[in-house]
Write a protein that binds this ligand. Structure first.
Ligand code: CO
Length: 205
């Protein structure tokens, strides 16, 4: 584990390196951000949005919570989406889950871990809606992997149904919602092909 002074030393090296390569990088970014992507991902320390996508500071707006849940009653998540879509005018909203997600696993096993149990009820709701498909897989590793994917698809659909995204589409603003899943095993992203670019593409109307 790194000691805190080491982290500050790392930070100085990092800032110096970027400044060496691009002298105006920080002053330019300080004036404004214009990211094209909003990433909604899991809080898991192994799933850092910028690094996975190879993007620099300024290139992706980020919201993370346990198991990448999108709820229209979550003021935090909705404020991030609203600001990203209405003010920053991002062109892509990416909901990215990951295999091996501890939150998804706890939800599937109905684990009792404290306050987080209430949050994970939203993932359990996804499991309940797809119970038949999940039970048919029989082996738990496959069930968990599939639930990670189904959770992404459902949360991406929640993004599409928000007044914010519906409003953007209604006024003709280009905006696409994507569902991706990341593998901790190989560091690779997979597109789940649940991409939606307008209200007529929403599954189930
Ligand atoms: Co996770």
């Amino acid at each position: 584990m790194k000691k805190l002074p080491e982290i500050f030393a790392n930070n100085r090296r990092w800032a110096e390196q970027i400044t060496r390569e691009q002298a105006d990088f920080f002053p330019r970014l300080a004036r404004q951000q214009a990211p094209k992507y909003l990433w909604i991902g899991c809080s898991d320390s192994r799933v850092p949005a910028n690094q996975i996508m190879g993007l620099m500071p300024g290139e992706v707006f980020v919201h993370r919570n346990i198991s990448n849940v999108v709820l229209d009653t979550d003021l935090n998540c909705m404020s991030v989406i609203q600001y990203a879509v209405d003010v920053l005018k991002v062109e892509h909203v990416i909901v990215c889950g990951h295999y091996g997600c501890g939150g998804v696993e706890a939800a599937w096993r109905d684990a009792h871990l404290g306050l987080i149990d209430d949050w994970l009820k939203h993932v359990q709701e996804v499991a309940r809606r797809h119970r038949g498909e999940l039970k048919a897989l029989k082996q738990e590793p496959q069930q968990l992997a599939r639930l990670c994917e189904l959770n992404v698809a459902e949360q991406a659909a929640h993004v599409c149904r928000t007044k914010i995204v519906q409003g953007a589409w209604a006024r003709g603003q280009p905006l696409t919602v994507h569902g991706w899943v990341y593998s901790l095993q190989d560091g690779l992203l997979r597109d789940l092909d649940v991409t939606v670019s307008g209200p007529d593409e929403l599954p189930g109307g």
